[in-house]
Design a protein. Structure first.
Length: 62
């Protein structure tokens, strides 16, 4: 679902520039993508725990 929402937002931003008769909308769309990627990276750095995962001794451990 996130991919379809992202594609819709980027397409809308790019189309706004095309309606004005310039290609500036594509620059704005790439900027939106870069900001979203940076925000996603920052969130991932905050959510992913550091260190090596501990083995739990579950049924799939050899």
């Amino acid at each position: 679902m996130g991919g379809s929402i992202g594609a819709a937002v980027v397409s809308t931003v790019a189309t706004s520039g095309i309606e004005r008769g310039t290609v500036g909308g594509f620059t704005d769309a790439f900027t939106v993508c870069a900001i979203a990627a940076a925000a996603g990276a920052a969130v991932a750095l905050g959510l992913v725990p550091r260190g090596k995962p501990q083995m739990s001794g579950g049924p799939h451990v050899d």
